[in-house]
Design a binder for this molecule. Structure first.
Ligand code: NAD
Length: 499
């Protein structure tokens, strides 16, 4: 919802809470703003400035200048120390970050504390330490004269990195890219999602206070098409673009950066499977799938929307997951023991509800949920939906093949390993899969044959930040995490010395 600066129905800017851009070490506004709405009850959180092409240009130019300035002259140890100060700064304002994330997204407070903000801190500390301690390759080479040569690789900053991130794990995903980009000596122009701009704005304050030099980290707010996102991807001054979001947005961005042949790293959509074998630890699998289907109201790219259960335990599993789902507490973010918050927006709820309707048309049995909860209070103006389980759809049903990104899964029976591997792999996506079995040989055998970037066995969303992260097919391009991030955010050059 955009607001023109001249709209008489809108309160004067000075009377509203406003989120501004952070460009070249200063907070700057824009004439045009848009509303940031709380999905719990539909209330206004803040007005957010929308960057035009000129603001984006200023941000990119500031980032280019900062590359040559103090940031470019710091040693990696000094840069790492600044990034630890940023982590300390988030820690010092931990509850403010929690409240910002909760207001924008409606997620349970305990999730914001234990996952979102904790991981943002870990992102800065981990990539600071990795950059500081990273080694590079050295190859000794024989030559005809017998003297030999040495080849060694160096990692140099790439330049200005454009970062565009989504709303589902706002600060976690934003810092997952900003932290390694800075650790590798680059400068950054970053755009958080228009749905979740608050925590990134707080981060700009923390960067400022931590002494990150002007122009090193620039924040711009706005939308995608014809707005800040597109202006950034089209800007010739960026060296690489790292993006998390929908697959079709990734494809649009790829076309945008194609003329300049920019490097890209894409973390995109998924239609992830959970595979439950009859030999599983039953209770652990039920608890695991409950988490993997419904965490963050199903709005995690790694969530399981397709669940395959081996036939001997199918009915028992469906009954147990139904019972578990019906015990989930839907509520206000600050309620004790709350499991499920609202979806991010009414617009996203319309999309999820359209799939709830479509599933019935496609012949699904609705095991539980399928609608909108009624509270009789302010939450009725929010963007809540019921967690939902379906059975009975064919593998080709749209609800089984398309990413829904809500608290919903379809459960289908299967008979044997070969069959289930083929069905899991029969997808345009390939991000993640969770396999539940107590048979160790099967765990290894099946995991290798599933065509995704990440397989979890007897767990879900257990992340070691040193490991590669990314997807195949429509789920992404490239890998980040650990040294894969260092490689992406660096110019890796070889130096050959003839001895
Ligand atoms: P989205 O693609 O709609 O938006 C993501 C970001 O891109 C936003 O900041 C948006 O403003 C910007 N954007 C949109 N159009 C653009 C354009 N034409 N040019 C430049 N920027 C543009 O995605 P979303 O709805 O915010 O996030 C949900 C999606 O993200 C889901 O598909 C989910 O699976 C995916 N996701 C993937 C991962 C992963 O690691 N693979 C992680 C989280 C989310």
């Amino acid at each position: 919802m955009k607001n023109s600066g001249n709209d008489p129905a809108v309160k004067p800017v000075a009377e509203r809470k406003q989120l501004r851009h952070y460009v070249d070490g200063a907070f700057v506004g824009s004439e045009v703003t848009f509303s940031n709405i709380n999905p719990v009850d539909g209330t206004l959180i803040a007005e957010v400035c929308e960057a035009n092409a000129s603001t984006v240009d200023q941000a990119v130019r500031a980032a280019q200048a900062a590359l040559k300035g103090p940031w470019g002259r710091l040693s990696v140890q000094e840069r790492a120390a600044v990034l630890h100060k940023v982590a300390d700064g988030i820690l010092a304002r931990f509850e403010e970050f929690v409240e910002a994330e909760v207001a924008d997204t409606g997620r349970p407070v305990h999730q914001a504390r234990t996952l979102d903000i904790a991981r943002a801190i870990a992102n800065f500390r981990t990539f600071a330490d990795l950059a500081k301690t990273a080694n590079t390759d050295l190859f000794e080479m024989a030559t005809a004269d017998g003297a030999g040569a040495l080849n060694y690789t160096v990692r140099k900053p790439l330049g200005v990195i454009g970062v565009i991130s989504p709303w589902n794990l706002p600060l976690l995903l934003f810092t997952w890219k900003v932290a390694p980009a800075l650790a590798c000596g680059n400068t950054v122009v970053a755009k958080p999602s228009e749905e979740s701009p608050s925590s990134a704005t707080l981060l700009a304050e923390v960067m400022h206070d931590a002494g990150v030099p002007p122009g090193v980290f620039n924040l711009i707010h706005g939308f995608g098409k014809d707005s800040a996102g597109e202006f950034l991807t089209r800007h010739p001054g960026i060296s690489a673009l790292t993006f998390t979001g929908e697959s079709k947005t990734g494809s649009t961005i790829m076309k945008s950066v194609a003329d300049g042949v920019k490097e890209v790293s894409f973390e995109l959509g998924g239609k992830n499977a959970a595979v439950v074998f009859a030999d599983t630890d039953f209770d652990a699998a039920v608890a695991g799938v409950l988490r993997s289907a419904f965490t963050n109201s199903g709005q995690v790219c790694l969530c399981s929307e397709r669940v395959y259960v081996q036939r001997p335990i199918f009915d028992k599993f469906v009954a147990a997951l139904k019972a578990g789902t019906e015990r989930l507490k839907i509520g206000y973010p600050h309620d004790d023991g709350v499991d499920i918050g609202p979806l991010i927006s009414h617009g996203h709820r319309d999309k999820v509800l359209s799939y709830y309707k479509l599933a019935v048309e496609e012949g699904a049995t609705v095991v539980t949920g399928g609608g909108v909860p009624s509270f009789g209070d302010a939450r009725d103006a929010g963007a809540y939906v019921q967690p939902t389980i379906w059975t009975g759809l064919t593998d080709s049903a749209r609800c089984v093949t398309e990413e829904i990104f809500g608290p919903v899964c379809h459960i289908a029976p299967f008979d044997n390993e070969e069959e289930v591997i083929a069905r899991v792999n029969d997808s345009v996506y390939g991000l993640a899969c969770a396999v539940w079995t107590t048979n160790l040989s099967r765990a290894h055998r099946v995991s290798r044959q599933i065509h995704v970037g990440l397989v979890w066995v007897n767990t879900w969303y257990l992340r070691d930040l040193r490991t590669p992260f990314g997807g195949v097919k429509l789920s992404g391009l490239g890998r980040e995490g650990g040294r894969y991030s260092l490689d992406f955010y660096s110019d890796v050059a070889n130096i050959c010395i003839k001895l």
